[in-house]
Design a protein around this ligand. Structure first.
Ligand SMILES: Cc1cc2nc3c(=O)[nH]c(=O)nc-3n(C[C@H](O)[C@H](O)[C@H](O)COP(=O)(O)OP(=O)(O)OC[C@H]3O[C@@H](n4cnc5c(N)ncnc54)[C@H](O)[C@@H]3O)c2cc1C
Length: 399
């Protein structure tokens, strides 16, 4: 691989930005990551990872690091939060791994990020610029120039906008509105000693209720538990993250069973997300600039796939550069053609999944009937399109 004189610029040092940096280094480039925060890091919460994420980690050379920090679950389970009826249970042990070639896992976000960061640092080819907020960008025939909040400029061969849901790169090239969902998410991490024994399952567990749901799963070898609860807000919401209030979260979830309700009484501290997504778009590559991760396809969290998609994006970007011999404009076009339908499917399916989770009245009865008697194989067939992704087929639809 030839080394180039200029680096590739990556706006954003989150999971997507670091994964992109690793993919670019594997194509022979040096990379400059421009991050607005004063430190490269992640928030304290858990995340679920499908086998597609592990295929991506392997392709980026950090599979072992990510695996060593993951908890591999035995099953996913959905209960009705009103009467504890078990709506569905899908084994994610040996048979699941055999089918999809990799496990289902739950992991602390910090540990996903750290695995990518260590990988990037070990290459010696990724430079990090913190406290650097990308504000403006221009491109010409040879490269891209980016300016930060202090007017400092950075020159690169190309620009990857991995700057999250409020992407400045997306604003420059697309400038579309976001869609506030009115759904509010509260998240917290609880030590095992404080977590109810009757909920200490090695599973990605969800309790679904009217206009709400609750999720819990183990982290860090079962020493901690991640708790995420979601409800439809009574008030007009503005997109953003704030400190949560115990009183607010307890004022919802009044109709649910005591076993699930204990989850909302546990945390001493909550973080509160008023969520938003955007309509999927048909173009996110613009000459030498492209988007990746939440900047490209911000989604609600109900498919638990936002970070997995960012990892897939990075691998696909690397593959597109390989196919087009590191020609950015052609590779960025192939990359977007390979990703748009798949990621839009996540955004749209996720909205629908939110509706199914939060069903009430007769719709709730339909939801509880949906998977009755379904075999494990049929569950696996239904998610083949999602978990069957890998580096060998990532460009297939586009080529
Ligand atoms: C409640 C909840 C639960 C979730 N659960 C899951 C799950 O179980 N599984 C899963 O796969 N996904 C999950 N997700 C989605 C996942 O968190 C995101 O999709 C993922 O973090 C996106 O990564 P990213 O790097 O694209 O964006 P981000 O993580 O937002 O990173 C963007 C980075 O860019 C920086 N930045 C922003 N603007 C600028 C700028 N102008 N200049 C420079 N830097 C900038 C930010 O500081 C940040 O570091 C969940 C999300 C939520 C809200």
């Amino acid at each position: 691989m030839t080394t180039q004189s200029l680096p590739v610029l990556v706006a954003g040092g989150g999971i997507g930005g670091l994964a992109a940096a690793l993919a670019l280094v594997r194509r022979g480039f040096t990379v400059k990551v421009l991050e607005q925060a004063s430190e490269i890091g992640e928030i304290g919460a858990g995340i679920q990872l499908g086998p597609n994420a592990f295929h991506a980690f392997d392709a980026l050379g950090v599979g072992d690091k990510a695996r060593s920090r993951s908890v591999f679950t035995d099953y996913m389970v959905m209960h009705d939060a009103i009467d504890e009826y078990q709506v569905a249970k899908v084994p994610t042990g040996e048979a699941f791994r055999r089918r999809f070639g990799n496990p289902y896992a739950v992991i602390h976000r910090v540990d996903v990020h750290l695995s990518l960061l260590e990988g990037a640092q070990e290459t010696g080819r990724v430079a990090f610029h913190t406290s650097t907020r990308v504000e403006r960008m221009e491109q010409d025939a040879e490269g891209v120039t980016v300016w930060d909040q202090n007017g400092q400029s950075y020159r690169g061969l190309a620009l990857i906008g991995a700057d999250g849901v409020r992407s400045a790169v997306r604003k420059t090239y697309v400038d579309d509105p976001h869609r506030v969902t009115g759904h509010v998410v509260y998240r917290s991490v609880i030590d095992k000693k404080d977590f109810p024994e009757d909920l200490q399952w090695n599973a990605a567990s969800i309790w679904v209720g009217p206009n709400c749901h609750l999720v819990h799963y183990p982290l860090r070898g079962g020493e901690q538990y991640n708790v995420v609860v979601t409800f439809h807000s009574r008030k007009e919401e503005e997109w953003g993250v704030t400190e949560g209030s115990r009183e607010e979260v307890q004022s919802y979830f009044t109709e649910i069973c005591p076993k699930a309700r204990q989850l909302i009484d546990l945390p001493k501290q909550w973080k509160r997300w008023a969520t938003a997504d955007r309509e999927p778009i048909g173009q996110w590559s613009f000459g030498r600039a492209t988007l990746l991760g939440d900047a490209a396809h911000p989604t609600t969290q109900y498919m638990a796939q936002g970070a997995c998609m960012a990892l897939e994006d990075a691998v696909t970007l690397g593959e597109a550069l390989r196919v087009h011999d590191n020609d950015f404009t052609r590779a960025f076009d192939l990359y977007q053609r390979s990703r748009i339908a798949r990621t839009a499917r996540i955004v749209l399916s996720s909205r629908e999944m939110g509706r199914i989770y939060h069903a009430k009245g007769v719709e709730r009865l339909v939801r509880n009937d949906l998977w009755r008697g379904r075999t494990t194989e049929r569950f696996y067939d239904a998610v083949e399109w999602l978990y069957g992704w890998n580096v060998a087929n990532c460009l297939a639809e586009a080529t």
